[in-house]
Design a protein around this ligand. Structure first.
Ligand SMILES: [Cu+2]
Length: 152
């Protein structure tokens, strides 16, 4: 009983740990909620991967200005543009999260681009991503890695 109480107290003192314990699908910090996140498994010798998630602002507007992950050396925020019928990726400076609204990063649209991977993204494993928000600051999420063609 004593032991259990000690563990709970330790968790309460470390919000980061609590977020991790809550699972991969949801993280909440400083008015920002992350849900439905996943990364796509890479195939063969691919040196870049992509990750997707939904950002909800529970308060005012915010901006995702970047991210960091031990999985790669060059993290970039990307979107897709239709260039005369050809979908191309383009780096964006920031991703706007409207007040009380959501920003959706999904296949074919906005995404986290993991360039210069330190190793393949393997289905069934997970990748830790620290999202950097202009107002909310750093929000760490653990994203499950799904099959190469996963769309959600
Ligand atoms: Cu990209």
């Amino acid at each position: 009983m004593m032991h259990r109480r000690t563990v709970l107290a330790a968790l309460a003192a470390a919000p980061g740990l609590l977020a991790a314990a809550a699972g991969a699908q949801e993280a909440r910090a400083a008015g920002i909620e992350i849900s439905g996140g996943f990364a796509r498994a890479t195939a063969g010798m691919a040196t870049a991967g992509a990750a997707f998630l939904t950002i909800t602002s529970l308060g005012g507007a915010d901006r995702l200005v970047g991210f960091a992950t031990p999985a790669c050396n060059r993290p970039e925020l990307h979107t897709h543009i239709d260039d005369n019928g050809v979908m191309r990726m383009r780096q964006v400076e920031a991703i706007e999260v409207p007040a009380g609204g959501t920003a959706e990063l999904k296949p074919g649209g906005l995404h986290l681009m993991l360039i210069d991977l330190n190793g393949p993204l393997v289905e069934g494993e997970s990748v830790v991503v620290t999202l950097m928000f202009e107002t909310a600051g750093a929000v760490e999420v653990t994203l499950p890695i799904k099959a190469a063609g996963a769309t959600m």
